[in-house]
Design a protein around this ligand. Structure first.
Ligand SMILES: [Zn+2]
Length: 156
């Protein structure tokens, strides 16, 4: 099995609705995402997947949806309403789910699989230099559903 990895960073704010602690307050991170791909064989150029294509397409999606955005639980009505009244604020809502780093990793995994298929093995997202979460489907769950975590970008 060949494995390869690309990294993307983006700046975003989030908060954990209902959390008993300082993460209940909106705050920002420079998130660092690692997208890991795995293939049994190389293509005719000797590649697992063209890094340029992978980075360009995922970078574009992250820039459009997450970079300099607020990642919020769509049940966080008070903050969604307040930020939604500011035209410059970019919001990305997670359906009935807190935008934890675990949820961010799952969401990016779903998007990467949607764009590139099962060659995407895992997504790991670092929230700080010392902590990350990752999402990798169980072997039997080869094709994850978009599921309840599928978010949406909100235009204000
Ligand atoms: Zn945080």
């Amino acid at each position: 099995m060949y494995r390869a990895r690309i990294e993307l960073t983006f700046d975003a704010a989030h908060r954990l609705l209902g959390y008993d602690g300082k993460c209940a307050s909106a705050h920002g991170h420079t998130f660092r995402a690692e997208v890991i791909i795995a293939t049994r064989e190389l293509d005719n150029l000797g590649l697992t997947l063209d890094f340029r294509d992978l980075k360009r397409h995922l970078r574009a999606w992250v820039d459009e949806h997450w970079d300099h955005a607020f990642l919020l639980n769509d049940r966080d009505t008070q903050l969604v309403s307040a930020l939604g009244s500011v035209s410059e604020c970019k919001l990305y809502l997670f359906r009935d789910t807190n935008p934890s780093v675990e949820a961010v990793a799952h969401e990016l995994f779903v998007e990467a699989r949607r764009q590139f298929g099962t060659v995407i093995e895992k997504v790991r997202v670092w929230e700080t230099p010392t902590q990350y979460a990752e999402y990798e489907p169980d072997a039997i769950e080869d094709t994850p559903s978009a599921g309840p975590l599928t978010g949406r970008r909100v235009s204000t």
